[in-house]
Ligand binder design. Structure first.
Ligand code: MSP
Length: 515
């Protein structure tokens, strides 16, 4: 079968009880970087993000400020979109679960589950965590108990609920899920998370309540308007409704993009994505997403950054102080994607000063200033490179290969660390060649040093483009290169001998050191 040259990547849809914080930005930046990285491979992209707007949590938050839920959520949407724009998040579509197309699509999906006999009615009795919108299972539930178990995810108190509900026959999918996991060893990255999921499923699955009679703020359950669809079930449907599921006119669009290549999620919502969602899709006879990338949490003083703990960092304040791209770089370089990471402005400032301003910014600045001083504008590659330059070229090829393989494994911090190793090599090449001395003795050699530095900077800028698109386009412009994304650049980079011609323009410092 011919491989599709498309890539469909999603973020979770965010609960709109507040403005986005650095944790929400983190997931979204990861998706943007992966999306741009795939564009560099010549793929056609669909990048979806959006907001999760129904359920008890939103309803209560709206009530607390005396607003209608819809008006309450409407207020936040421009804020989300503005912050994503500040951070250069180049999404294709912003889905809202209050969109009519989402609502009809989600109902269509539930109807399909009903038609195939995957749903039955019953009574749910158990504990519910509103902040997580999760049913908390407890093996033997005693109605007399007034205090339920703490939510295993957020450690907050749960409330007892007893209501009529529709159940999805999740238990019937245990074996099928396990078989799917066995057949798709890369379904969940990182491996540790995948193993947790497998252990959980192996322990047995309970059927899942998928409707609420006590929550009005939701999508009406098909053919039974006393129920609304459980918020998590319809929220998961956003991944298909946003690309046209349930809409005959958009059938070809849906076929083009589904299944998604990658769902990016935080570790707190893995069960929904790695167990429930695949089981629903199996029941509805739809293909399963190809992969799920699970990232850790951004913490402040060892605790997850979250609105309820009051320890959130506002992305707008960071933008005002440091600019978007240094923050994007920091998030990827500092925090291994499979681990939790502590946020501190001290670390951020340190990275900006050393990695960005000193190592990278100064390299460009020094090379361009020297070229200007000696009136060199056009820099041609020499016919024969010196041994030192050839060594640098070999190092650049090794770097491209390593960077590529780290990126394919979503090891962004390693990819960037590897690239910085090369940046240091280029700095050291520039330094040891002493072009400021060579210029008066051997002009050809002087140009060669500039040419090797320009070739290296070009490679660095292209590899870094997914992380810092504007800055890297600026860098390339100062070398006289117009950056185009369309032509599978990374593959070409790996095959290139150094034969480019550069036109050095006057450059301003790429990165400002924090004051
Ligand atoms: N609405 C659900 C997702 C439904 S997807 C079909 C939800 N929303 S959320 O707003 O609470 O979280 C959205 C994403 O942000 C999750 O992936 C979560 O892990 C991530 N983060 C929220 N706080 C975070 C940190 N402090 N650090 C990193 N990511 C964090 O869950």
């Amino acid at each position: 079968m011919m491989q599709k040259n498309t890539f469909y990547v999603t973020t979770p849809i965010y609960y709109v009880t507040a403005r986005p914080h650095l944790g929400s930005l983190y997931t979204t930046v990861l998706a943007d970087v992966i999306s741009r990285w795939n564009k560099l491979q010549g793929k056609e992209l669909f990048f979806l993000t959006g907001t999760d707007e129904h359920g008890q949590k939103i309803m209560q938050a709206a009530q607390q400020v005396g607003k209608e839920p819809k008006k309450f959520v409407d207020n936040f949407i421009p804020v989300y979109k503005e912050i994503w724009a500040l951070y250069e998040i180049d999404y294709n579509y912003f889905v809202r679960t209050t969109d009519t197309s989402h609502q009809t699509g989600a109902q269509h999906f539930i109807k399909k589950l009903i038609d195939v006999g995957a749903i039955y009615s019953g009574i749910y009795e158990g504990w519910y965590c509103t902040p997580c919108e999760t049913f908390v299972t407890q093996k033997s539930i005693d109605k007399e108990i007034t205090q339920g178990p703490l939510c295993p995810s957020c450690q907050r108190e749960t409330q007892f609920v007893s209501e009529k509900t529709y159940f999805f026959k999740l238990s019937a999918y245990q074996e099928k899920l396990l078989q799917f996991y066995r057949d798709n060893a890369d379904f969940i990255v990182p491996k540790e998370r995948f193993n947790e999921v497998i252990r959980f499923v192996e322990a047995g699955l309970n059927d899942l309540s998928i409707s609420r009679t006590t929550v009005e703020w939701g999508i009406p359950f098909p053919d039974d308007p006393m129920h609304t669809i459980y918020v998590w079930v319809e929220a998961l449907c956003n991944y298909i409704t946003a690309i046209g599921y349930g809409n005959l006119v958009k059938e070809s669009e849906f076929k083009k993009w589904w299944p998604a290549n990658l769902h990016i999620i935080g570790k707190d919502i893995i069960r929904f994505h790695a167990i429930y969602w695949p089981a629903f899709l199996m029941a509805a006879d739809l293909a399963l997403p190809k992969q799920i990338l699970v990232h850790g949490w951004i913490k402040v003083n060892q605790q997850k950054m979250s609105k309820s703990l009051g320890n959130v960092v506002d992305p707008v304040l960071l933008y005002d102080s440091y600019g978007a791209e240094p923050v994007r770089y920091f998030l990827l370089r500092q925090i291994p994607v499979n681990q939790d990471g502590e946020f501190s402005t001290g670390d951020l400032e340190h990275r900006i000063e050393t990695d960005l301003a000193n190592d990278l910014g100064n390299l460009l600045q020094r090379m361009a200033a020297l070229a200007q001083k000696y009136n060199v504008i056009e820099v041609k590659a020499p016919k024969i490179w010196s041994e030192q330059s050839l060594h640098l070229r070999d190092e650049s090829w090794n770097t491209i290969e390593d960077f590529n393989s780290y990126m394919e494994d979503y090891m962004f911090h390693m990819a960037l660390a590897r690239l910085w190793q090369f940046i240091k090599q280029v700095n050291s090449y520039f330094h040891t060649q002493e072009p400021w001395k060579v210029v008066s003795i051997d002009k050809k050699k002087f140009i060669e040093v500039l040419a090797a530095t320009c070739h290296s900077l070009r490679i660095i800028a292209i590899l870094l483009w997914p992380v810092m698109p504007n800055k890297m386009e600026e860098l390339l412009t100062s070398l006289g290169i117009k950056f185009k994304v369309a032509d599978d650049i990374v593959k070409h980079l790996e095959l290139e001998t150094w034969n480019k011609q550069f036109k050095i323009k006057k450059v301003l410092p790429l990165f400002k050191k924090p004051i």
